[in-house]
Design a protein around this ligand. Structure first.
Ligand SMILES: [Zn+2]
Length: 270
C-alpha cells in the first residue's frame, strides 16, 4: 500500500527522484530534529537568565533561591578548575509526568538528562528552598539539586573537551564516573556502597544484582565514581591520560580495595 503511494508520487514527479529514499533519509530525520528542538519550549514557559545559563521552568522559580543553587554549582566547578562558558539551557520540570514526557518518555527515575548536541539539560521536579530533587523514587530523592546540575553540566563539559563523536564511544564508567566525581556525591548511601564494594563475595554480589532494582543502578554509579576518584585524586593521573588509557576493571577494583583496606587511599564520605 505504502509502496503504491510512493510509486504514484514518483509517477507524478516523472520518476525524477526516489521519493521514498528522500523521505526516509532526509526529510524525516530533519522533521524529528526540528520537533525535538521546539518540543521542550512547549512545556516550559517561564524564563530567566543567569550568566551563560538560560533557565526555563514550568512554574515560576524564585530567582534568589535559584541563584543560591547556581552559586553552589559554580563553586564546585571552580574547585575543579573547570570553566563553563558555553550557553546552556536548563529546563526545570514541575511534575514527574512532564519530566518523563520532556525526555521523550525515557529515564523516569533519573534526576536529570543532558542533551549534549542541543546544549540542553532537563531536570526532574525539585525543591529549590532545600536544594533537593524530589523525583518519585523513594528512598533516592534526597540528592542535592546542585549536585545533579553539576553532574549533568559535567556531561556537557566532557563533550566540549573530547568532542561529540568521541563522547558517544567513551566507556560508561568513565563518563558517568567522571560526572559523579566532579559532583563529589552519590545517590546510594555511602556506607552501604562501601559494604558491598569491600565485603560482598561473588555470590552475594550476584544475588544483589539479580534484584535489578534502582539500588543496583546507584551502586554502579558509586563504583564508577570510586574508580575515577582513585585514578584522578589518589593516583594523580591527568585528565587526558585517564580518557586515553585502557583499564582492566578487575585489576583496578582489586587495587582500589587493597588501598582502601590498608588506609593508603581514603574515599571522600559524601
Ligand atoms: Zn550521567
Amino acid at each position: 500500500m505504502i509502496d503504491h503511494i510512493f510509486n504514484k508520487i514518483n509517477y507524478y514527479l516523472k520518476k525524477k527522484y526516489d521519493t521514498k529514499k528522500i523521505l526516509l533519509n532526509t526529510v524525516l530525520p530533519n522533521v524529528f530534529l526540528v520537533f525535538a528542538f521546539f518540543y521542550h519550549f512547549a512545556f516550559y514557559s517561564f524564563q530567566q537568565k543567569r550568566d551563560h545559563y538560560k533557565i526555563y521552568s514550568e512554574t515560576p522559580i524564585d530567582s534568589l533561591r535559584l541563584n543560591k543553587i547556581i552559586d553552589l554549582v559554580d563553586e564546585k566547578f571552580n574547585q575543579n578548575n573547570i570553566k563553563l562558558d558555553t550557553d546552556i539551557s536548563l529546563f526545570f520540570s514541575a511534575t514527574s509526568n512532564n519530566y518523563f514526557a520532556s525526555n521523550f518518555f525515557r529515564g523516569k527515575h533519573t534526576g536529570g538528562m543532558s542533551y549534549n548536541n542541543l546544549n540542553r539539560i532537563i531536570i526532574c521536579p525539585s525543591d529549590f528552598e532545600n536544594n533537593k530533587i524530589t523525583r518519585s523514587i523513594d528512598p533516592y530523592n534526597h540528592r542535592k539539586l546542585s549536585d545533579i546540575l553539576v553532574h549533568e553540566l559535567t556531561h556537557q563539559h566532557l563533550v566540549k573537551k573530547i568532542g561529540l563523536l568521541k563522547s558517544y564511544f567513551i566507556e560508561k564508567w568513565k563518563n558517568e564516573g567522571y560526572c559523579e566525581y566532579i559532583a563529589n556525591s552519590s545517590t546510594i548511601d555511602i556506607e552501604l556502597a562501601k559494604e558491598i564494594f569491600l565485603n560482598y563475595n561473588e555470590k552475594q554480589k550476584e544475588t544483589f544484582y539479580k534484584k535489578k532494582d534502582f539500588t543496583c543502578i546507584v551502586y554502579d554509579y558509586f563504583k564508577y565514581r570510586i574508580r575515577v576518584d582513585y585514578l584522578l585524586t589518589y593516583k594523580k593521573i591527568d585528565f587526558d591520560t585517564f580518557i586515553k588509557s585502557k583499564y582492566n576493571i578487575m585489576d583496578l577494583e582489586k587495587e582500589i580495595k587493597a588501598s582502601l583496606i590498608s588506609g593508603e587511599y581514603i574515599f571522600n564520605q559524601q
